[in-house]
Ligand binder design. Structure first.
Ligand code: ZN
Length: 632
């Protein structure tokens, strides 16, 4: 393999095509490009990073740490990290109207849950600045860092930097930016992108003349998000005039803008939607991507994933798109092949999307399709599960067994060397489980045909994977239980220590906010199936960083735990406080009355339909006072 610096150059010079890069090279290139970008010395354009390389990484290694964490900063900041005054999350991104409309659906759904009329939802649209994120608490300025800890860069204010609109310090999150017109007139000769210049303002070394001048001219500024111009719209307006709204917002400020941030403004709705580890659910950034191509499909082949899902992979007539040669694209499922006629000879529209790359947008000209009847890996007859074609031979199917083992090491992300090629070789020599891999010695590996150096390295990497600390939720997620991705694992471990999760029943899991009953059932079954492997691997004493328990949030011993309740009408106290209290004792809030609802709690001017339905389904109706007395 070439050294990483020469690979980087080859990629930048486009001597190596994306499709020819190994997963490892792609991952290290993304890391290097990200670090370079964060330290203000971009090696590729933001467009290429956002639309070509990062999506490719997401497609090939969806669980790579670079995609999981809020983007780390480059090595430009060597100082000690300090705790931020408040957590700064990243913003979820959408690259198409389709994704925005799904977000709107989520807003509406949450609005129903809090009895908010969706016509009343206000959405605030602001330009998404392409600057350097910071948090100003009034006395200090911090970089975003990993979202929890950042670096103190207060020196940039000491150097005279002003706050946008001549406003006060201490307005929280914002960005250090430079005016576009000023950059073009005075700086573009010296800096390739405004970002490079923006970062130079923050660096420890003394400022040069150009930077001092830009600060003195108030061309370089700190722009708190609260000072940005706003376009306020309803869901209806956003739906009917989306492109027009985006165009308007993109040109509202004289700064580099790389998208539009949409957010719900209703506080109760925001509380209801909350946040996950990475971003607020009530906020999304839209980034445009217009590169499209029409491409002829040469063939479509089935590929078996670790869960048994069969994915159609289209081999394409090689096509140049956004500066890279595309030869392959993945369809989401075989339902698309069947319904749209994605076969050899069909013509598809491709875009470079931020989510999956390259993505098959639509089939423009269909062709006869070939739907596989048996699994290409194990020969099992395939089954349809809605749009998905599945191989249900989970325990034996080689592609799934290999996929699961590979997934384990990929998710742990604290080891190298256990990529697909290594795992396939281990499989050929009878290895079927991760726990078997951990028993292997250097001699065992050598006898399987691994070279001496490789065998030593692999054993060392196994040791490293157990000694290098990882979060307990990451460890649990590595087992690949359906519905137990990293986010759900973290949520679960917020409430139960990792050693106690195998004792959990459906009721306890579904009492946690965020786990629907079906999900909880799948988790219980899934945990059961991994228990023997979990126990075997636990013998190696992985160095787990335990998630702090939020015990005080849930008193699962309460007799109302797991009960499904709806509130309707005006309560004497705040609805939010009531919901919070209900959730804290494990009550599940539901949005409509059904036979499965346990109680309808009615306040003043309660919804008559809900009461009628409750009577129809035999749901017990409680007054607010009765309810409060019962849960005391
Ligand atoms: Zn199979």
């Amino acid at each position: 393999m070439a050294s990483s610096s020469s690979i980087v150059n080859q990629i930048i010079q486009q001597e190596v095509l994306l499709d020819d890069l190994s997963d490892d090279d792609l991952a290290s290139f993304c890391q290097i490009a990200n670090l370079a970008y964060r330290s203000g010395e971009s090696i590729i354009s933001d467009q290429d990073y956002d639309f070509i390389y990062l999506p490719a990484l997401k497609q090939r290694l969806p669980h790579h740490p670079l995609l999981q964490s809020i983007e780390p900063e480059g090595r430009g900041f060597s100082e000690e990290k300090v705790l931020l005054p408040e957590v700064m999350l990243s913003t979820d991104k959408a690259y198409s109207w389709d994704e925005i409309s799904k977000w709107i659906e989520r807003l509406k759904k949450s609005a129903i849950e809090i009895d908010l009329n969706s016509n009343l939802i206000q959405i605030k649209a602001t330009p998404k600045l392409d600057g350097f994120a910071g948090f100003d608490d009034g006395s200090r300025l911090y970089t975003r860092g990993d979202g929890k800890k950042g670096s103190d860069i207060s020196r940039v204010f000491e150097r005279g930097l002003q706050v946008y609109n001549d406003s006060e310090r201490g307005q929280g999150a914002g960005e250090i930016v430079v005016k576009k017109s000023y950059f073009e007139a005075y700086l573009s000769e010296y800096f390739e992108y405004p970002r490079n210049f923006q970062a130079s303002l923050i660096k420890e070394k003394a400022l040069d003349k150009k930077a001092k001048q830009a600060i003195a001219n108030k061309a370089a500024l700190f722009v708190p998000f609260s000072q940005l111009p706003i376009r306020s719209v309803t869901i209806d307006e956003l739906t009917t005039k989306f492109e027009q709204i985006v165009d308007t917002v993109l040109s509202m400020v004289d700064f580099d803008v790389d998208g539009v941030v949409f957010e719900a403004t209703n506080e109760a709705l925001k509380t209801q939607m909350g946040a996950n580890r990475k971003f607020h659910r009530w906020q999304i950034a839209f980034k445009e991507n217009k590169d499209k191509a029409q491409v002829t499909v040469l063939s479509v082949t089935p590929q078996v994933g670790r869960t048994g899902k069969i994915t159609p992979v289209a081999e394409l007539e090689p096509t140049q798109l956004s500066g890279a040669k595309i030869m392959r694209a993945t369809g989401h499922h075989y339902g698309l092949v069947k319904s749209q006629g994605l076969g050899a000879g069909s013509v598809i529209e491709l875009t470079r999307s931020g989510l999956v790359i390259p993505k098959i947008n639509q089939v423009l000209k269909s062709a006869p399709v070939n739907i596989p009847e048996i699994c290409p890996s194990c020969g099992e007859v395939l089954q349809w599960e809605s749009d998905f074609l599945m191989c249900l031979n989970h325990t034996v199917c080689p592609a799934q067994v290999v996929g699961r083992m590979e997934y384990f090491f990929k998710i742990l992300a604290n080891n190298d060397g256990f990529g697909i090629a290594t795992i396939e070789k281990l499989y050929e020599h009878g290895i079927r489980k991760v726990s078997q891999i951990y028993t292997l010695s250097i001699d065992d590996l050598s006898s399987m045909g691994f070279g001496e150096k490789t065998s030593i390295n692999l054993v060392n990497q196994l040791k490293r994977s157990t000694s290098e600390q990882i979060e307990d939720w990451r460890f649990l997620a590595a087992f690949g239980v359906v519905r137990l991705g990293m986010g759900n694992c973290e949520n679960l471990l917020n409430f139960y220590p990792i050693n106690a999760i195998f004792e959990l029943n459906l009721e306890r899991i579904s009492a946690i906010n965020g786990f629907a009953e079906l999900t909880a059932q799948m988790i219980v079954t899934g945990l059961d199936s991994i228990k023997p492997e979990f126990d075997l691997l636990s013998q190696y004493h992985f160095n787990l960083e335990l998630t702090p328990l939020q015990k005080d949030l849930v008193e699962f011993t309460h007799s109302f735990s797991g009960k499904k309740i709806i509130f309707t009408g005006k309560m004497s106290g705040s609805r939010e406080a009531m919901k919070k209290r209900a959730k804290s004792i494990g009550i599940k809030m539901v949005s409509s009355v059904s036979a499965k609802t346990d109680y309808l709690v009615v306040g003043e001017k309660a919804g008559q339909n809900k009461i009628k339905n409750a009577e129809k389904f035999g749901v017990e109706i409680l007054s607010e006072a009765d309810y409060l007395a019962l849960i005391k």
